[in-house]
Structures are given as C-alpha cells and as structure tokens.
Ligand binder design. Structure first.
Ligand code: BG6
Length: 509
C-alpha cells in the first residue's frame, strides 16, 4: 500500500533503448521508482533500438546495468521479476517511416490491456542529430496530437549553438505543443539543487541579505576527475562551455540568482529563471578574453594512474582546439546583483569531483576586536555542496575558548546524510516521475534554452575565431590553467577549493 498518489497509467518508449544512458541511468531510475512504489499501477516500458534483442535478453542487459550502476543492486526481493514483466524491446529503424506504425500499434494494444488511455512518453536517449529525424516522424502519428497525455523528453545537448537550438525548438513546436516537450537538464533533478529554492525562499533569514549590499561575490565550481569516457565523438564537437556551462552551470546560477517566485507553478519558476538569463551581461567578442578562460588537459597522472592528454584520447584530433575547462566571470545587470561577480568554472581531469556553490558575504563593516584576535578573521560564507558531498555550511566567527581573545571561523553544518540518511533518489528518478506526472517545473522551456545560448555564444564565437595558442595548458590532478587563477586574482579574490569532506577549517580559509 502506498500513502501517496502515483502517476496515471504510462507507456514509455525509450529511443536509444539499448544505449548507455538507458542502461546506466533511466532503467535504474525507473526500477527504483518501482521499488519505492512510485510507478503507476499500470505501466509498460518499450526499449527501442537497432541492435537485435529478444525481450528476455534486453531485460538481462538492463539488469546488468542495475547491478553496476543503480543505488540499489540486483533483484531486491523478487521486485525485479515483477518490474521486468513490464519491459519489452522493439527493434526498429528510426529512419524508416513504416516502422513508426509499430509504435502506434503498441499504443493501441496497451490501451486495450490497461482499459484506459495511458500517458505516452517518448524519451529521446539518442545521438543529438537523430532527435529532429525521430520527432518529425513521430509528429504525424495521431497519438502525438493528444496534448494532455503524450509527451516527448529531449536530452541535452539541446542544439549545438543558438541557431540550431532555435531550429530544433521550431521543429519540435511544429509537431508538439510546448507543454508536451520536456527538455532535461539532469542537474535540476538533484536534491541539493532543488533545495536551493527551499533554502532561499522557505527561510526568512537569507533573502534579506541575498543581494549586492551584503554579498561580495558568488562562485560555482563543477569539477570532474573523469576524462572523456568513450564520448570523444560528441565531446570533440562540444567542449566544456557547451557541455557544462550553457546548461548545468547556468541552471545553478539561475537558482542562486532568481527572484522569489510567487508560486511553484512551472511557468512562474521558469519565468524567473529566464529573467536572470536575460539580465546576464553579454560580452563583446573583443572583450571575451577579459572574462573567460579556456583550458585543455595534458598527459599526466591522476590518482596514481597515467592518463592521456585530451589530444591523445580516442577519436580526438591531435591538434584539437576543444576546451576541456572553462572559467567565466559573469555579471547580472539588475537591481539585486549589479556589480556582484559570479565566477564559474568547470573542467575534466581536475583534482577532485566536486560541485559547489559559494556565496561570499562582505566583510563586517567595523572590527572592534584587538588586531591579534583576528589573525584568522574571515567574512561570512555560505557553501552549498551539490555533490558528491551534500551539505550546506555557514561560516561565521567564534571565540576560541581560553583566556585570550582569539577569533576564528567555524562552520554551522547541515549534512544530508546525517539528517536524512543516504538513500536519496537520483536525479533521473525525480525527473522521470515528474514527466509521468506532467510536472514541467524542473524542465527547460524553449525560451530558457535559447536565452542560455545567448549568454555563451559570444564566448564560443570568440574562442572559435582564435585558435588557442597554449593548449594543452593544464595537467590532470590540477585545478585548471593558470589563467583561471589570474581571472579571479585580478579582482583580489581566489577560487574557493574545498577539499574532500571539508577536512579542517584552517585548510580552506
Ligand atoms: C553531462 C555532461 O551533462 O554531465 C558530462 O555531458 C558530465 O560531460 C556530466 O560528465 C556531469 O554530470 P554529474 O551529474 O556527474 O555532475
């Protein structure tokens, strides 16, 4: 028995069903929803691909993925048997019009079995160039005109630049209503990311000081230790700015910088985010070098292993100009944020996997303590650790116990694991449930995607028009190129690099 309402009957078609994303993320997510009794009472999942599979073999392939990648491994008391009865495989050629009739037939058949018309969800877990082709062949099917029940889910990258994103939006909205289109940015499904809105808008404490009067600057770091993970084909055409900044990092920035929504209505929240994107200062091509730094990793060592430089990776041009690191200083030109810099950085093969947001407050205006009391005196800082650490820390000054007056910074900590245990749903669980429920709050609207492209396009174009002369310019296990340090040091500040698990207050003043 469940004490919550489950989504209505749903039929999910996963294009790219035999691919990596489905095996690593989507199927584990759907299985976890099933274990937690969040799946609809009636559902069916159809994996679509070119690889020939029997239903049985396909289920085995997904179970392998669950064993390797899910937060819960294996069968879980016979649950897998029960769940997997609802999975089948459809081999089809997505370029062949006639094959789409098979989809319409399955919908009819399931409708009869369920005794009701289910949600029909098309998940595009395919290479980006296939999305327009599949969408335009799905569009004419009768089922796609049902704006209430039929939905299409599109993975990033959403376009390669502003022009292609605009064209893709045009194509999708000519086939589907905007309310049927769910553009995924999986960062928005992370618990720690959703919690930013709770922190800001469910507490009276932070919002009054969340502005240019009290905040000195904000930093967002999304560092990864991984390299390309067999995605050379895609990454070589993308680079860090497109792969991480245009979407995940700008989404984080929007959550931190947006105005308070008046309701949790999907469009209300998305409107507030678009306002932020529109207010981000757009740099002229000739001034980009003052605000943005790119990098690419060299050969080197990481965690005791020798790793190839980017240009020596599989499927990569040996003289590739692709950025594997990007750092940008953004400004948001509005009343709340005028002149407050937002420093963001992201990169592959960096020292540690860590995504954190730091809100650095201004110094206390007057300091009455004796100078020797304040050798380690630091301004207040709020750190939101998104992953893999999941916590929120507020740094403030405390008097060290003893007969002398010595002040030093200490942290007030909210840690997810300590408070709630460590069985949080993964981002894809939340997002897939939202799609089945028809809740688009955590998905990107067309104007939002284009507004984000408008922010990064001048930087991308400036970089493309001038080949990098210093690549590779950072070694694995570092925090990126020297120029990224200079970008922030010029302003008399430094990147806040919190070590694993934040050991030791003194280590990261
Ligand atoms: C994806 C990028 O969107 O996000 C990858 O394409 C990146 O290059 C990944 O590794 C990072 O996601 P997460 O959830 O591990 O931070």
């Amino acid at each position: 028995m469940t004490n919550h309402k489950c989504p209505p009957a749903s039929l999910l078609f996963i294009f790219g069903g035999s691919g990596d994303l489905n095996q690593r993320k989507l199927s584990p997510a759907l299985y976890n929803l099933f274990i937690d009794s969040w799946m609809p009472e009636k559902f069916h999942i159809v994996g679509i691909g070119r690889t020939p599979y029997t239903d049985e073999k396909f289920r085995g392939h997904l179970l392998d993925g669950i064993q390797q990648f899910s937060r819960r491994k294996g069968d879980q008391n016979g649950k897998w048997q029960e769940f997997s009865k609802n999975i089948s495989y459809l081999q089809m050629d997505v370029g062949n019009d006639a094959d789409y009739q098979k989809i319409a037939d399955i919908v009819k058949q399931k409708e009869q079995e369920f005794g009701e018309h289910p949600n029909v969800i098309f998940y595009m877990s395919v290479a980006p160039h296939l999305v327009p082709q599949i969408a335009s062949k799905l569009g004419p099917l009768n089922i796609c005109h049902d704006t209430k029940c039929t939905r299409i889910v599109v993975e990033k990258p959403f376009g390669h630049d502003l022009k292609s994103a605009h064209e893709l939006n045009g194509l999708l909205t000519s086939m589907f209503d905007e309310t049927q289109i769910y553009r995924i940015d999986h960062y928005l499904g992370k618990e720690t990311v959703q919690n930013i809105l709770a922190l800001r808008f469910a507490n009276a404490l932070f919002e009054p000081i969340w502005n240019r009067n009290y905040i000195d600057h904000i930093q967002i770091t999304a560092a990864e230790t991984v390299g390309l993970e067999n995605r050379g084909d895609y990454y070589e055409r993308s680079g860090a700015l497109r792969d991480m900044v245009q979407n995940h990092i700008l989404q984080l920035l929007c959550m931190v910088a947006m105005e308070a929504p008046v309701s949790f209505d999907a469009n209300e929240i998305r409107n507030k985010k678009v306002d932020v994107l529109n207010a981000i200062r757009k740099y002229g091509k000739e001034e980009v070098h003052k605000y943005a730094v790119r990098g690419q990793y060299s050969d080197g060592w990481l965690q005791g292993k020798k790793v190839p430089g980017y240009r020596n990776e599989d499927k990569i041009n040996p003289a590739s100009p692709t950025d594997t690191f990007a750092a940008v200083k953004f400004y948001i030109d509005n009343w709340r944020w005028q002149d407050v810099p937002f420093y963001v950085r992201t990169g592959k093969r960096l020292h540690e996997k860590s995504t954190i947001i730091t809100v650095q407050f201004k110094q206390a205006p007057n300091f009455a303590f004796p100078p020797e009391a304040a050798l380690t005196w630091r301004p207040n800082r709020l750190t939101i650790s998104i992953q893999p650490e999941m916590d929120i820390r507020l740094r403030f000054q405390a008097k060290r116990p003893g007969q002398t007056v010595t002040l030093n910074p200490v942290d007030m900590i909210f840690n997810y694991k300590d408070t709630y245990g460590d069985d949080d749903p993964e981002a894809y669980e939340t997002l897939l449930l939202d799609v089945m429920e028809g809740n688009a709050t955590l998905f990107m609207r067309s104007d939002q995607v284009e507004a984000a492209w408008k922010v990064v396009m001048p930087i991308q174009e400036a970089w493309e028009s001038r080949a990098p002369v210093d690549f590779p310019n950072y070694s694995p296990d570092s925090w990126g190129p020297e120029d990224a340090e200079a970008l922030i040091a010029r302003d008399g500040r430094n990147w806040i690099t919190l070590p694993i698990a934040h050991q030791g207050v003194q280590a990261h003043l």
